[in-house]
Design a protein around this ligand. Sequence first.
Ligand SMILES: [Zn+2]
Length: 96
Amino acid sequence: MPSYSYRCDEGCRFDAIYPMAEVPSETECRSCGATARRGITAPHLSVAGSSAYQLIDRTARSAHEPQVVDRLPARGPGAAVQRTTQNPLHAKLPRS
Ligand SMILES: [Zn+2]
C-alpha cells in the first residue's frame, strides 16, 4: 500500500499508509494530536522487489563492482553452445 505524507498545524511531519481508495485528506497528528493535512505529494509506492528495481540495483552494482572473470571466453566450434546449454545434443546441431 502507498504511504502519504502529512503535516499538522504544529509543524510535525509523518507518513501514514492507507489504501488508495480510502486515503483521508485530514487525520490526527501522531505526535501532538492536532489536525494534520495531507501534503501534495505523489504516493510513495513500494518498488522494492519489482523487476525494475532489481535492474536499477544491478546496474548500480555493476558500476562499482564489475563481475570478474577468471578465464577468457571459450573459442572455436560449439563454444557458444556449451556456454548457454547443458544438453550435449545441442552441440551436434548444425552451425552457420
Ligand atoms: Zn503534530
